[in-house]
Design a protein around this ligand. Structure first.
Ligand SMILES: [Zn+2]
Length: 130
Protein backbone atom coordinates (compact mmCIF):
# COMPACT_ATOMS: atom_id res chain seq x y z
CA UNK A 1 0.00 0.00 0.00
CA UNK A 2 1.22 3.43 -0.84
CA UNK A 3 1.17 5.77 2.13
CA UNK A 4 -0.76 8.91 1.32
CA UNK A 5 0.07 12.15 2.98
CA UNK A 6 -2.88 14.27 3.89
CA UNK A 7 -3.20 17.93 3.06
CA UNK A 8 -3.44 20.01 -0.02
CA UNK A 9 -1.45 19.14 -3.11
CA UNK A 10 1.17 17.14 -1.26
CA UNK A 11 4.86 17.61 -1.65
CA UNK A 12 4.60 21.07 -3.13
CA UNK A 13 5.03 24.41 -1.43
CA UNK A 14 2.54 27.16 -2.09
CA UNK A 15 5.05 29.09 -4.17
CA UNK A 16 5.70 25.97 -6.25
CA UNK A 17 1.96 25.55 -6.67
CA UNK A 18 1.70 29.18 -7.73
CA UNK A 19 4.37 28.67 -10.35
CA UNK A 20 2.71 25.53 -11.67
CA UNK A 21 -0.72 27.18 -11.84
CA UNK A 22 0.76 30.07 -13.76
CA UNK A 23 2.43 27.72 -16.22
CA UNK A 24 -0.80 25.80 -16.75
CA UNK A 25 -2.68 29.02 -17.41
CA UNK A 26 -0.04 30.36 -19.80
CA UNK A 27 0.11 27.12 -21.74
CA UNK A 28 -3.68 27.07 -21.95
CA UNK A 29 -3.80 30.61 -23.31
CA UNK A 30 -0.92 29.96 -25.69
CA UNK A 31 -2.63 26.94 -27.23
CA UNK A 32 -5.95 28.76 -27.40
CA UNK A 33 -4.28 31.59 -29.32
CA UNK A 34 -2.27 29.30 -31.55
CA UNK A 35 -4.86 26.74 -32.51
CA UNK A 36 -6.86 27.69 -35.56
CA UNK A 37 -8.66 24.43 -35.82
CA UNK A 38 -9.90 23.38 -39.20
CA UNK A 39 -13.28 23.45 -40.82
CA UNK A 40 -15.23 21.99 -43.71
CA UNK A 41 -13.78 24.51 -46.14
CA UNK A 42 -10.27 23.38 -45.32
CA UNK A 43 -11.28 19.80 -45.86
CA UNK A 44 -12.78 20.53 -49.27
CA UNK A 45 -10.02 22.87 -50.43
CA UNK A 46 -7.23 20.57 -49.44
CA UNK A 47 -8.86 17.49 -50.83
CA UNK A 48 -9.51 19.13 -54.18
CA UNK A 49 -6.02 20.56 -54.39
CA UNK A 50 -4.44 17.29 -53.57
CA UNK A 51 -3.11 18.62 -50.31
CA UNK A 52 -3.99 15.73 -48.10
CA UNK A 53 -0.75 16.08 -46.18
CA UNK A 54 -1.48 19.68 -45.25
CA UNK A 55 -4.84 18.68 -43.94
CA UNK A 56 -3.42 15.75 -42.04
CA UNK A 57 -0.87 17.99 -40.35
CA UNK A 58 -3.45 20.62 -39.52
CA UNK A 59 -5.79 18.03 -38.12
CA UNK A 60 -3.03 16.40 -36.14
CA UNK A 61 -2.00 19.72 -34.61
CA UNK A 62 -5.56 20.49 -33.74
CA UNK A 63 -6.06 17.10 -32.12
CA UNK A 64 -2.83 17.54 -30.21
CA UNK A 65 -3.95 20.94 -29.00
CA UNK A 66 -7.33 19.61 -27.87
CA UNK A 67 -5.64 16.80 -25.98
CA UNK A 68 -3.23 19.20 -24.31
CA UNK A 69 -6.05 21.58 -23.33
CA UNK A 70 -7.89 18.66 -21.77
CA UNK A 71 -4.77 17.63 -19.87
CA UNK A 72 -4.43 21.17 -18.54
CA UNK A 73 -8.06 21.23 -17.47
CA UNK A 74 -7.63 17.91 -15.70
CA UNK A 75 -4.56 19.26 -13.90
CA UNK A 76 -6.50 22.32 -12.77
CA UNK A 77 -9.27 20.08 -11.53
CA UNK A 78 -6.76 18.04 -9.55
CA UNK A 79 -5.50 21.28 -8.00
CA UNK A 80 -9.03 22.23 -6.99
CA UNK A 81 -9.55 18.78 -5.48
CA UNK A 82 -6.25 18.99 -3.61
CA UNK A 83 -4.92 15.84 -5.22
CA UNK A 84 -2.52 17.54 -7.57
CA UNK A 85 1.07 16.32 -7.50
CA UNK A 86 0.29 12.67 -6.81
CA UNK A 87 0.88 10.10 -9.51
CA UNK A 88 -2.54 8.81 -10.59
CA UNK A 89 -1.07 5.35 -11.03
CA UNK A 90 1.10 4.64 -7.95
CA UNK A 91 0.07 7.54 -5.72
CA UNK A 92 3.61 8.72 -5.04
CA UNK A 93 4.44 12.42 -5.31
CA UNK A 94 5.43 13.33 -8.86
CA UNK A 95 7.84 15.95 -7.62
CA UNK A 96 8.35 19.57 -8.46
CA UNK A 97 11.22 19.15 -10.97
CA UNK A 98 9.01 17.08 -13.26
CA UNK A 99 5.90 19.18 -12.68
CA UNK A 100 7.73 22.38 -13.39
CA UNK A 101 8.69 20.91 -16.79
CA UNK A 102 5.34 19.26 -17.45
CA UNK A 103 2.77 20.86 -15.16
CA UNK A 104 -0.03 18.69 -16.58
CA UNK A 105 1.85 15.44 -15.85
CA UNK A 106 -0.44 12.88 -14.24
CA UNK A 107 2.18 10.26 -13.51
CA UNK A 108 5.60 10.01 -11.98
CA UNK A 109 8.50 9.27 -14.31
CA UNK A 110 8.62 5.61 -13.29
CA UNK A 111 4.97 4.97 -14.18
CA UNK A 112 5.27 6.99 -17.38
CA UNK A 113 8.14 4.77 -18.47
CA UNK A 114 6.20 1.65 -17.54
CA UNK A 115 3.26 3.06 -19.52
CA UNK A 116 1.00 2.56 -16.53
CA UNK A 117 -0.37 6.03 -16.93
CA UNK A 118 -3.43 4.91 -18.82
CA UNK A 119 -4.73 6.69 -21.83
CA UNK A 120 -8.04 8.35 -21.20
CA UNK A 121 -7.96 10.63 -24.18
CA UNK A 122 -11.54 9.87 -25.15
CA UNK A 123 -12.83 10.73 -21.71
CA UNK A 124 -10.68 13.86 -21.56
CA UNK A 125 -12.02 15.18 -24.83
CA UNK A 126 -15.41 15.04 -23.19
CA UNK A 127 -14.14 16.99 -20.17
CA UNK A 128 -13.19 19.80 -22.51
CA UNK A 129 -16.88 20.17 -23.29
CA UNK A 130 -16.64 21.72 -26.70
ZN1 LIG B 1 3.76 6.56 -10.35
Amino acid sequence: MVPRSSGANVGLTSSEMGEISKKLRNEYLRIRAEDKGYNEEDVIAMASEDRFNDLAVKRQNHDFHLARLAEIQCAEERIRNNVFGNCISCGNPIGFPRLSQIPWAKCCTACQEKKECGNNRRREFKVLGE
